[in-house]
Design a protein around this ligand. Structure first.
Ligand code: ADP
Length: 466
């Protein structure tokens, strides 16, 4: 799948720069290529977005919402194409791609359209009318782990709010973004409201973060790059929304026993291994009472056996990522943590950037493994003596993105959830909600995506007094 044109000002524009290859993490073969945008093309994309802004901002929210629904219809019609493209460049197994990678963006598009239609863009306070107005040109910089969702979670609310957009997708999974751009084009959005420029983040992403006509950068990715984006954006006082890493805890209370304990452990393992652990909100630490360690160990090992690399568990996105994950594993083993399952010595499929799903036990809360984001299918089981210690461990990282609490009594679970310094908590397997604000406390980022908060992220206040 070779894409030779950039999408600028409502047109597919023949590239001026070189092409970059895209590879399958399953076969390691080249599967396509996309252009590296030049400085001139980035400039043209920003100019197109700036020129399109006044009339898009003035378009009734109802009409913007109708176009988002039209886009959702097209994504649905092209479901099989999106499944193929995501499987090809991300390497995730089909079932996961259908259930999460494609289904979630559809839900987000439709719920964002509904929110925009019902949103109060105007309210009164005393002698003021307060208008909520779109912030302007938004640069969306996305990572590779959920190639369609990451794009949709930024572009849908930005467009719904009346902003115009320039998308810079991840280098490793740009083909999904091109397939998305084709759908945007066919949906009939006005020229310039959405533009796509691909290429290296350090060049294209930097140009967008520095650009005086970009009003906001919405970034998802690593903390390292998030800091660079925030610094680059500071020169022109842009709004910056950052969705960064996590080291979320699943906290099992002492009163969880029997089948309930089995369900809690099984769900926690599945969450840690979701998308091969390449999920920023993954519960990568499982906090259990020391007295239940033996039981948890057996349950966790049994749950992990259901994940088979090459069958229902995809590879790491790249050789580099695989090496990184294996370094974390090697260090954990050198530190003497118990290998409950998997580990560096376990067999892995020959082709593809696979690692064995791995669980380490009795991991020390302050260790590298328990503090840093691994971004692979590696779970740390940590024991605690009492609940205060459990909460302290849960909150004892620089992150605060997500988490889980398991407890027999709902008010006990709620009390525990309230003590966690994190953007989301699921109680006793609470279902994923695309309307819930998603984002982090502390170094997991600032701002929120999805739901009403995700829409408001792209709005300014204007107070008018009479
Ligand atoms: P990940 O490894 O999860 O993709 P990164 O933080 O490396 O996380 O990348 C996230 C996004 O940021 C990618 O689209 C990448 O191209 C882009 N990026 C990388 N470096 C920069 C930079 N200096 N400025 C802006 N964006 C960048």
């Amino acid at each position: 799948m070779n894409k030779e044109d950039l999408y600028i000002d409502g047109k597919w524009t023949p590239r001026q720069g070189p092409q970059t290859d895209v590879f399958s993490p399953v076969t390691r073969a080249r599967v396509g290529s996309v252009p590296e945008a030049t400085a001139g093309e980035v400039e043209a994309a920003v100019q197109a977005a700036a020129a399109a802004f006044p009339s898009w901002a003035a378009t009734p929210a109802e009409e913007r919402a109708a176009l988002l629904n039209r886009l959702a219809d097209l994504l649905e019609e092209r479901r099989e194409l999106f499944i193929d493209v995501i499987m090809m460049e991300l390497g995730a197994p089909r079932q996961l791609v259908e259930r999460v990678h494609v289904a979630l963006p559809l839900a987000v598009l439709r719920s964002t359209a509904r929110l925009a239609r019902n949103f109060e863009f105007e309210e009164t306070a005393g002698n003021s009318t307060i208008y909520r107005e779109p912030i302007g040109v938004v640069a969306a910089i996305t990572p590779w782990n959920y190639p369609l969702h990451q794009v949709t979670a930024k572009i849908a609310p930005a467009l719904a709010a009346g902003c115009t957009t320039v998308l810079k997708p991840a280098e490793l999974t740009p083909l999904t973004a091109y397939t998305f751009a084709e759908a945007v084009h066919d949906a009939g959005f006005p020229a310039g409201v959405f533009n796509l420029v691909s290429g290296p983040g350090s060049v294209i992403g930097e140009a967008l973060s520095l650009h005086p006509q970009v009003d906001m950068v919405s970034f998802t990715g690593s903390g390292t790059v998030g800091r660079i984006v925030a610094r680059d954006a500071a020169g022109t006082i842009k709004r910056v929304a950052l969705e960064l890493g996590g080291k979320s805890a699943s906290l099992i209370a002492d009163d969880v026993d029997g089948d309930f304990l089995a369900a809690a452990v099984t769900a926690s393992v599945a969450n840690a291994f979701l998308n091969s652990g390449q999920t920023c909100s993954a519960w990568t630490r499982l906090l259990v009472p020391a007295s239940k360690y033996g039981e948890v160990k057996a349950l966790a090992a049994a749950a992990a056996r259901k994940f088979v690399p090459g069958q229902n568990l995809g590879p790491m996105i790249s050789e580099r990522q695989r090496e990184r994950v294996r370094e974390f594993m090697a260090q954990a083993e050198a530190e003497g943590f118990e290998t409950i399952t998997g580990g560096t010595g376990a067999d892995i499929p020959e082709t593809g950037w696979y690692v064995q799903p791995t669980i380490y036990g009795k991991v020390l809360p302050g260790s590298t493994l328990a503090q840093e984001e691994v971004f692979g299918p590696v779970l740390s089981v940590i024991t605690y003596q009492d609940e205060d210690e459990a909460v302290e461990i849960a909150n004892g990282t620089v992150f605060g993105l997500s988490g889980a609490v398991w407890a027999a009594d709902d008010s006990h679970a709620t009390a525990l959830a309230k003590r966690l310094r994190t953007g989301q908590v699921d109680i006793n397997g609470g279902r994923y909600n695309p309307l819930a604000p998603f984002g982090g406390f502390k170094q997991s980022g600032n701002g929120r995506e999805l739901g009403k908060a995700g829409l408001e992220e792209f709005l300014e206040f204007k107070a008018v007094q009479r």
